[in-house]
Design a protein around this ligand. Structure first.
Ligand SMILES: Cc1cc2nc3c(=O)[nH]c(=O)nc-3n(C[C@H](O)[C@H](O)[C@H](O)COP(=O)(O)OP(=O)(O)OC[C@H]3O[C@@H](n4cnc5c(N)ncnc54)[C@H](O)[C@@H]3O)c2cc1C
Length: 382
C-alpha cells in the first residue's frame, strides 16, 4: 500500500543527503554557472555517499534504493545543493545510463563498470538525440553494421549531457533502420579508453551550465559484441524504460529546488510584511505563494505515486509522463514568478534567476512537454 508519509528510514536518508549536499557539494554556484565550471571534485564528493549509484544494488556498489526512495533522495539533493547543473548531471548519469546498464547489461559489464559509476570514479552519458532527430529519436541516422566479431558504428549524437567529460556512454544506434522502433535500435556501452570516438567542445547554454553538454562523433568505430547492452534490437525498449526512471525520479531535484525557493520567497514576503507593506500587496503576493505551495504539493504527490507504482514493478509510462509534465511546467512557472518577486535584486546572478534559466530546459529533456502530452493522450485512447 502506498503511504503518503516517508518512513523513518526515508526521512533519515533525506536529512543525510541535505546535510551532505549543503556541506560538501555547495559553494561558488554563481561562478560555476557563469564559467560553465564542471569539476570532478564535486563528482568524487557525491560518490562518497554513492549519490551517482542511489538505485543500484549494494552488491554492485550502489545504495540499493527503490524508486520512491531514489526520488526522495534526489529531492533532498535538489534542496541541499544549489548547483542545479551538478544535480542534473548526477541524476542523468544515474537514471538514463547507470540504471539501464544495471537492468540490461551483461554480468561482465555490470561487474566491470557499476562500482566505479556508483562511487564517483566514473561519469556516464546517454547518447540518443542527433542533429536531425530529437522528439522523433528513433529516426536516428547513427548506424551500427554487424560484422563477425562485433559492430562498426558511424554517425553523430548531439545534446549529450556529460558527453564531453564522460568515461562511459550508453549509445543507441540503428542496427536495422527499416524496423526502427520495432526492433531496429540497439544499445551499446562505450568505454572512453577502449572505443575510438570523438567528443565536441562543451556547448554554451542557457541553463544547467555546470553540466557539460556536447556532441559525440563516430567514424567506423569498432565495438565488440561483449559491449551490447541487452539483446540486438532491444534498444527502444531499454531507452523507454530508462526514460520512465528519468521522468519519475529526476523531477525530485526540481521539487527540492522549488521547495527551497518557495521558502526563500516566503521569508522575503514575511520580512516585507514586518517592514509594513500595504495590505493589498500582501494579499496579492500571499495568494500567489499559496497557489504555488498547493501546486508544488500536488506535483510532488504525483511523482511519489508514480515512483511507488514503479517500485511495484508496474509499467508507469502514463504516470511518469504526467509527473514529468506537471513538475517541469510548474518549475518554469514558479521560478519565473519568484525571480520577479525579488524585483531588481533578483535579476542578475541571484539564485532565483539562475534557477529560472535552469528550469527552462526541464520541459525539453527526457521528452518535451508536448511529447508527454502525446503519451498521456495515447493512454486515453486519443
Ligand atoms: C539540457 C538538455 C539536456 C539534454 N540531454 C540529453 C542527453 O543527455 N542525451 C540525449 O540523447 N539528448 C539530450 N537532450 C536532448 C533532448 O532529449 C531533445 O532536445 C528533446 O528530445 C527534443 O528534441 P529537439 O530538441 O530536437 O526538439 P524537436 O523534436 O525538434 O521539437 C521542437 C518542438 O516541436 C515539438 N514537437 C516535435 N515533435 C512533436 C510531435 N510529434 N507532437 C507535438 N509536438 C512536437 C516539440 O515539443 C518542441 O516544442 C537534452 C536536451 C536539453 C535541453
Amino acid at each position: 500500500m502506498f503511504s503518503f508519509t516517508p518512513t523513518d528510514e526515508q526521512k533519515a536518508l533525506q536529512q543525510e543527503i541535505k546535510a551532505f549536499a549543503a556541506a560538501h557539494l555547495s559553494g561558488g554556484e554563481e561562478l560555476r554557472d557563469r564559467s560553465q565550471q564542471f569539476d570532478r571534485q564535486w563528482w568524487a564528493a557525491a560518490g562518497q555517499i554513492r549519490l551517482p549509484g542511489l538505485a543500484i544494488p549494494e552488491t554492485y556498489g550502489g545504495r540499493g534504493l527503490d524508486p520512491l526512495s531514489t526520488l526522495l533522495a534526489l529531492e533532498a539533493l535538489g534542496y541541499g545543493c544549489k548547483d542545479n547543473g551538478l544535480n542534473f548531471a548526477i541524476s542523468a548519469h544515474l537514471l538514463a545510463c547507470v540504471v539501464p546498464l544495471w537492468l540490461y547489461g551483461s554480468e561482465e559489464l555490470k561487474e566491470t563498470y557499476l562500482p566505479g559509476l556508483c562511487n564517483g570514479e566514473l561519469i556516464a552519458a546517454n547518447a540518443m538525440s542527433e542533429p536531425s532527430s530529437g522528439s522523433d529519436a528513433f529516426q536516428m541516422r547513427t548506424l551500427a553494421v554487424e560484422e563477425a566479431s562485433g559492430f562498426r558504428i558511424s554517425g553523430a549524437k548531439s545534446f549529450v549531457s556529460n558527453g564531453p567529460v564522460a568515461d562511459g556512454v550508453l549509445l543507441y544506434a540503428a542496427t536495422d533502420p527499416e524496423r526502427g522502433y520495432l526492433g531496429g535500435i540497439t544499445a551499446f556501452w562505450l568505454d572512453r579508453r577502449i572505443h575510438d570516438y570523438k567528443t565536441g567542445a562543451p556547448w554554451n547554454k542557457m541553463g544547467l551550465r555546470s553540466c557539460p553538454l556536447g556532441e559525440l562523433f563516430f567514424d567506423n568505430m569498432n565495438v565488440d559484441k561483449s559491449f551490447l547492452v541487452g539483446r540486438l534490437g532491444r534498444g527502444a525498449m531499454i531507452f523507454n524504460r530508462s526514460m520512465e526512471w528519468e521522468r519519475v525520479c529526476l523531477g525530485g531535484c526540481h521539487l527540492g529546488n522549488m521547495q527551497r525557493l518557495l521558502e526563500m520567497a516566503t521569508q522575503l514576503v514575511r520580512d516585507q510584511i514586518a517592514g509594513g507593506a500595504p495590505r493589498h500587496e500582501r494579499q496579492a503576493i500571499s495568494y500567489a505563494l499559496a497557489e504555488m505551495q498547493a501546486r508544488l504539493e500536488s506535483a510532488r504527490l504525483m511523482a511519489y505515486s508514480a515512483a511507488w507504482k514503479m517500485g511495484q514493478g508496474k509499467s508507469v509510462s502514463r504516470e511518469a509522463a504526467m509527473a514529468k509534465l506537471s513538475i517541469s511546467e510548474l518549475y518554469k512557472k514558479m521560478t519565473l514568478m519568484i525571480a520577479g518577486l525579488f524585483g531588481a535584486a533578483g535579476h542578475p546572478n541571484g539564485e532565483a534567476e539562475r534557477s529560472q534559466r535552469d528550469a527552462m530546459s526541464s520541459t525539453i529533456y527526457s521528452g518535451t512537454s508536448e511529447m508527454q502530452k502525446n503519451i498521456i493522450a495515447q493512454s486515453m485512447g486519443l
